[in-house]
Each structure stands twice: as C-alpha cells, then as structure tokens.
Write a protein that binds this ligand. Structure first.
Ligand SMILES: Cc1cc2nc3c(=O)[nH]c(=O)nc-3n(C[C@H](O)[C@H](O)[C@H](O)COP(=O)(O)OP(=O)(O)OC[C@H]3O[C@@H](n4cnc5c(N)ncnc54)[C@H](O)[C@@H]3O)c2cc1C
Ligand code: SF4
Length: 447
C-alpha cells in the first residue's frame, strides 16, 4: 500500500486510512428508530388530495403509509409502498425527494420543513425486508412468457409485475450482475452494505423470474430470436454510452468517464485500494458529476472542482446535491466550458472558456483560464447504445407511446433508454411497472 496522503501528487490509492474511508462512506441518511419514525410520521396532516402523491412518479399513497407507520404497523406501510413501487427500498435512499414529494409537501410550504417522506419510506421497507418477507404472491400461471432485457430498475420492476400476474419471465442482462445503475451507478454512501444486491434477491422471491446474466442484446441475443421465442419483449437497457467532451487532448492519460469510475468504486471490496487524483476536475452538472466529485473527495483527493457550462441554477443536480458537494469541500465553477486538456502524456491542466447566454444560445466569451488536474472525469451525459435498429428513435432515445409501446408490435421499452420522463430510478420503476400492466392486458386479450 503506498504511503500516500491527500497531498501526494498524481493518481494514487490509500490517501486516507481505512477507518476514515469507512466513516466517509457511511450511510448518507441513517435509518430511523421506531419511536423516531412514529414521531416523524405524526407531522403529516394526512391531506385530502395530497400534493405529495401527485409529485411521486410511482403515485405511492404517502399519507396512508405515514398513517400506518404512525399507528405502529410499518409492515402494512411497506406493502402500501411496494404495491406501487417494488424498488421502494432503493428509491427511499436515492430519490431526489427535495424536488419530488418533499418539495410538494404542505409542511414544506408552511414551515420550510417537509415531512421526511424518504426516510420514513426507508424505515417501513427496511422493516419488512429485514423480516425476510415478500408481501406478494403470483397469480395462477398464464402460460405466457416474456423476455425482459436489462436488469436495472425498469427491467426489475417490469419483471416483478409480470411475474405477479402469472407470466413466466426471463430477465437478461449484459453484465455479470443484475441491478443496473442501482448496483453500478448510485453513490456508495446512498446504497451501503450491498443493499442493491439484497433488494434484487428479495424481489426475485416472487418466483417465476429467471435471471440470465452475460447476455447482451445485439451480441448473445437478437431481437428476432426474442420475438420468436417469447410472447412479448420489454427493453430496459438504460444509457450505456458516454458523450465526448470534444475538447483537444481528451485522450490524455488520467481523463476518463465518471460513470466507469463510480462503477469501479461501487464494486471495490477495499476502498483504500482505489486510486484517485490529488487535483480532480469533473466536467458536468448532473447527479453523476456531483457523485464523482463527492466520492473523489471522500477517497482523499485534495482539490476537487466541478465545472459546469451554464449557470449553477441550471445544473441537473438538485440544490441539495450541490450543497452536499460544497459541504464536502468540492468547488463548483459555473459558466465555463472545456476547450483543451493540457499535459505531457498525462493530463496536467484543463483549460476552460467562460460562457454567457445570448438570445437563449450559450456562447464562449473568449476569456480562458486553467485548472490544475491530474485526474479529469467526463460527466456530460450518457447516450443510448445497442438499441435494435428495428425500433424507431425519438431524438436519442427509443420512441414510445402510452405505457412504453415501441414502433414494433409486441415490443415495449422503458426507463432511461425510452423517450419521455426524467432519468431517475423512480421514473424507471414507474415505466417498467406500467409497461408490464400494458403487456399483461395485451397478452390476456384486453387490448
Ligand atoms: C452515476 C449515476 C448516479 C445516479 N444517481 C441517481 C440518484 O441518486 N437518484 C436517482 O433517482 N437516479 C440516479 N441516477 C439515475 C438512475 O440510476 C437511472 O435513471 C436508472 O438506473 C435507470 O434505470 P434503467 O433500468 O432504465 O437503466 P439502468 O439502471 O442503466 O439499467 C440498464 C441495464 O441494462 C443492461 N444493458 C445495457 N445494454 C444492454 C444490452 N444491449 N443487452 C442486455 N443488457 C443491457 C445494463 O447492464 C443494466 O443492467 C444516477 C445515474 C448515474 C449514472
Ligand atoms: S403533503 Fe405532506 S402533510 Fe400533506 S399528506 Fe403529504 S406528507 Fe402529509
């Protein structure tokens, strides 16, 4: 192990002790104790036409589950949540509640302090999952089979709902492990102790779902074969490509994409073995940029800067995420775009140009500046890769109408790879579930 510190130049591992790393990557929102949960749930006004429900992409009956917690029946609360959102445990950890249910909560408008819906949802779902219970059972077999491609949130949610309706599901994924970005993307301090894998195991307890990993659509699998072998196909392959910076010097050593860095971090068994730069620059403005920057800092990088090309108020990352970054010592530079990556072989400096917006168009001002960097992460968005040619696209995503119907009969799509909706875990879950309902009624002759 190198005897490194945060000041050691270059990209190196072991900048912090194992103890500090374990503290740094501890749970972001620690779980409630039962009494705390009952008190927190009691703050709910149980509003009629509750705005929090409307703000939830999966339409969870929030006042009902809060009432169930308040009356000491957290397992019933969990069932209320999971009947709408089977990944309610993960969503309780990763949803940007500050821009969804908690932003809409009337207590937020009145007092600036919403009911802590996310943490309460976690309390309920963790209680049920800890008891090892799966609250749903399969309907009688329909004799129909469905191929679900992609075992991320959209595919898992679709597969579960189909299995519940009595269909046989084969869930294919290109990777060696199911879970999608829950397993490979979400920040380590949001999903601790292997929760993503535990949740997949728990979800599969419904029965009727066979998982086949190492199966990539376009390589091991073809759409034609799937169409021939199954009664319906759902595609939830997410966005696995990354945008390029289009700045000179992008190929220099030390420049990589933020999603791969985060995937390595999520799969590392020992964080002290994971190398990180002393001077890290992250280019982008979304959750991926914030997660890469915060986790670099937590690994022991001395200086971490996020550079975003538009104003800070236009960043995709919520205010809460931005504040989290700055509270960890990350610097945010807004209104600057990359023009060149300098260095002799490896990156040494990144050069940016200030920007301004004129008549709605972003323009460089001509004035440039440089930031020292021995590691640079690109976090400027993911792109669709591997979508079958037979499917029509809408812009850069698979075109869908209604509950995920693609341009080809018998094929549905949802989650990040499909048009419409935000690229969020909870939206992917909602789309997978709704597509499953549409597939079910189509297969049973309803549509
Ligand atoms: C770094 C990062 C952090 C994020 N943090 C948050 C957060 O905190 N909160 C939040 O709400 N959202 C977050 N998101 C967004 C969220 O993770 C996604 O919106 C969500 O995972 C989308 O689910 P999905 O099922 O559509 O796709 P994915 O989760 O991407 O899953 C797609 C699956 O398909 C598989 N696959 C891909 N191509 C093929 C193929 N050709 N054949 C077979 N299988 C294939 C992949 O291996 C993967 O398992 C984050 C995203 C990133 C990148
Ligand atoms: S808006 Fe807030 S107070 Fe009203 S039902 Fe929802 S959580 Fe309760």
């Amino acid at each position: 192990m190198p005897d490194a510190t945060p000041l050691t130049p270059g990209i190196t591992s072991g900048r912090l002790s194992a103890e500090t790393l374990s503290q740094n990557f501890d749970d972001l929102h620690p779980a409630y104790a039962p009494h705390e949960a009952a008190v927190a749930a009691d703050r709910c006004y149980f509003c009629h036409d509750a705005p929090c429900i409307t703000a939830c992409p999966t339409d969870i009956d929030i006042p009902l589950f809060l009432r169930q917690i308040q009356t000491g029946t957290p397992e019933a609360a969990a069932k209320t949540i999971l009947s709408q959102n089977i990944l309610g445990g993960m969503c309780a950890r990763v949803c940007p509640t500050e821009t969804l249910c908690e932003e809409a909560c009337v207590r937020e408008a009145a007092e600036g302090k919403p009911v802590e819906i996310g943490r309460l949802q976690r309390f309920a779902t963790d209680t049920l999952m800890r008891a090892g219970k799966h609250p749903f059972t399969r309907a009688k077999s329909t004799g129909k089979s469905v191929a679900v491609v992609g075992a991320g949130p959209s595919g898992l949610s679709c597969a579960h709902r189909l299995a519940m309706h009595g269909h046989d599901v084969v869930l294919f994924d290109a990777r060696a492990k199911a879970g999608g970005l829950n397993e490979f993307g979400i920040a380590a301090y949001k999903s601790t102790d292997g929760f993503a894998a535990q949740e997949v195991d728990w979800l599969l307890k419904i029965g009727g779902i066979t998982v086949e990993t190492g199966q990539r659509l376009g390589q091991e699998l073809s759409l034609d074969e799937l169409q021939n072998e199954y009664d319906a196909v759902f595609i939830g392959i997410g966005l696995s490509g990354v945008n390029s910076l289009r700045a000179a010097g992008e190929e220099r050593e030390g420049v990589s994409d933020a999603v791969s860095f985060i995937a390595d971090l999520r799969q590392a068994s020992d964080l002290s073995g994971l190398p990180v730069g002393r001077d890290v620059v992250v280019i982008g403005g979304g959750m991926t940029a914030v997660d890469a920057a915060v986790q670099s800092k937590l690994l022991g990088a001395q200086n971490v800067t996020i550079v975003y090309r538009r104003g800070q108020d236009q960043m995709g990352a919520s205010r809460f995420e931005q504040d989290l970054a700055t509270s960890k010592g990350v610097r945010i530079v807004a209104n600057a775009q990359p023009v060149a990556i300098h260095g002799n072989g490896a990156v040494a400096e990144a050069e940016f140009e200030y920007t301004t917006t004129k008549d709605g168009t972003l323009k460089g001002t001509g004035e440039t500046f440089r930031i020292k960097a021995d590691q640079l992460f690109k976090a400027i968005g993911q792109t669709l890769e591997g979508a079958p040619e037979a499917l029509k696209l809408d812009g850069r995503k698979i075109a869908v109408t209604g509950a995920g119907r693609t341009s080809v009969k018998g094929i549905w799509a949802g989650g990040d790879c499909a048009s419409g909706g935000d690229d969020l875990t909870v939206t992917a879950v909602a789309e997978g579930r709704d597509a499953a309902e549409d597939i079910h009624s189509t297969l049973m002759g309803g549509k």
